[in-house]
Design a protein around this ligand. Structure first.
Ligand SMILES: Cc1cc2nc3c(=O)[nH]c(=O)nc-3n(C[C@H](O)[C@H](O)[C@H](O)COP(=O)(O)OP(=O)(O)OC[C@H]3O[C@@H](n4cnc5c(N)ncnc54)[C@H](O)[C@@H]3O)c2cc1C
Length: 271
C-alpha cells in the first residue's frame, strides 16, 4: 500500500551516514510489513538495500547471515554435509504465512526485528544458538544472544535507531541433530506452535526451543534426553497455563496442547 505519511526515502551507502536518529525514522528492509499497513508515525524510510552486505558467508566457524539476506537466499543455501541441522533453514522458511509470496522481498533481519511470536527466523536462530550483532547509532557494535533478543509480542531489546547487522550461527550448533515441528490452524497459515529440538550427538543432551505458542522464545536445556514426564514438568515449570500467546492463530489452550504434543515427539525423535 502507499504510505502517504512518508515524505523522504534515504538510501545511504553506509549506515554511518545516519548519524542523528529522530522519531519518524524507520529502517526499511524488504518492506513486506512496513508496506502492509499505514505507518502513521513514520515520515522517513532509510533503505538498507544499498548497504550491499553479503547475504551469506559460510566458514568453519559457522554461518554468517546478513540482516538484509532475503528469505529466498537463505532457502537456497546448501551447507556442508556435516551441518546436520541445516535442513532447519528451509523448514523455517516454509513456516512463513503465505511462504513463497514474501520470500523474495522479506529479509531475515526484518523478520527478527518485527519480533512477532510466529517469526520463523527467530525460531531458527534461537534454536541454533545464534548471536546477533547490533549497531547502535551512538555506541560501538554489541552482541546479544538470539534467545534473549525478543522480549514480547512485537517487542525486543533494540533501542531507537539501533540496527541489526548480522546473525551468526555457530558450527557447533549446525552440527547437532535436529527435530522440527510446526502447526498452523490453516494451510500456510501463521504458526500456532513451532518447536525445535537439537541434540549434540556426542553428549546426547537436548535443547528445546518453543516459539509461536509463546510471546517470545522459551528454551529448555537438559544435560541428557529427559523422560516424557520430566520434559512435561520442565515445560510447566517455565510456562504456566497463562504464559501462552492467544490470538486468532490459536487459543492459549490449543497452543499449550501443541507444545506438549510436539515436545514429546521431538524427545522421542532425538532419543
Ligand atoms: C503475506 C504476509 C505473510 C507474513 N507472514 C509472516 C509470518 O508468518 N511470520 C512473521 O513473523 N511475519 C510475517 N509477516 C510479516 C513480515 O512480512 C515478516 O515478518 C517479514 O519477515 C519482515 O521482513 P521485511 O524485511 O519485509 O521487514 P520490513 O517490513 O522492511 O521491516 C519490518 C520492521 O523491522 C524493522 N527493521 C527491518 N530490518 C531491520 C534491521 N536490520 N535492523 C533494525 N530494524 C529493522 C523495520 O524498521 C520495521 O519496523 C507476513 C507479512 C505478509 C505481508
Amino acid at each position: 500500500m502507499n504510505l502517504n505519511t512518508v515524505v523522504e526515502v534515504k538510501r545511504p551507502a553506509s549506515a554511518d551516514e545516519i548519524t542523528q536518529w529522530r522519531d519518524g525514522y524507520a529502517w526499511l528492509a524488504g518492506g513486506t510489513w512496513l508496506f502492509s499497513e499505514p505507518q502513521w508515525t513514520t515520515d522517513t524510510l532509510i533503505d538498507l538495500d544499498q548497504l550491499r552486505w553479503p547475504a551469506l558467508k559460510a566458514s568453519p566457524g559457522g554461518l554468517e547471515i546478513a540482516a538484509t539476506c532475503r528469505i529466498a537466499e537463505l532457502y537456497r543455501f546448501d551447507g556442508p554435509a556435516e551441518w546436520t541441522a541445516a535442513p532447519l533453514l528451509r523448514q523455517c522458511c516454509d513456516a512463513f504465512l503465505a511462504s513463497f509470496k514474501i520470500w523474495n522481498a522479506g529479509t531475515v533481519g526484518g523478520n527478527i526485528c518485527m519480533s512477532l511470536p510466529a517469526g520463523p527466523m527467530i525460531s531458527l536462530t534461537a534454536a541454533l544458538e545464534a548471536t546477533y550483532t547490533l549497531w547502535p547509532r551512538d555506541a560501538p557494535p554489541c552482541e546479544v544472544l538470539a534467545a534473549e533478543f525478543v522480549t514480547g509480542n512485537n517487542a525486543n531489546v533494540l533501542r531507537p535507531g539501533e540496527l541489526l547487522r548480522k546473525v551468526h550461527l555457530p558450527a557447533s550448533a549446525l552440527r547437532k541433530r535436529a527435530a522440527f515441528r510446526q502447526a498452523s490452524l490453516t494451510k500456510l497459515g501463521r504458526s500456532a506452535a513451532l518447536l525445535i529440538g537439537t541434540s549434540d550427538p556426542a553428549r546426547h543432551d537436548l535443547l528445546l526451543t518453543i516459539t509461536a505458542a509463546t510471546p517470545c522464545p522459551v528454551q529448555l536445556r537438559f544435560d541428557e534426553i529427559p523422560s516424557g514426564e520430566a520434559l512435561r514438568q520442565a515445560i510447566d515449570a517455565r510456562l504456566p497455563a497463562d504464559g501462552y500467546f492467544a490470538d486468532v492463530h490459536g487459543s492459549a489452550a490449543y497452543k499449550r496442547h501443541l507444545t506438549y504434543h510436539f515436545a514429546e515427539q521431538i524427545r522421542v525423535e532425538l532419543s
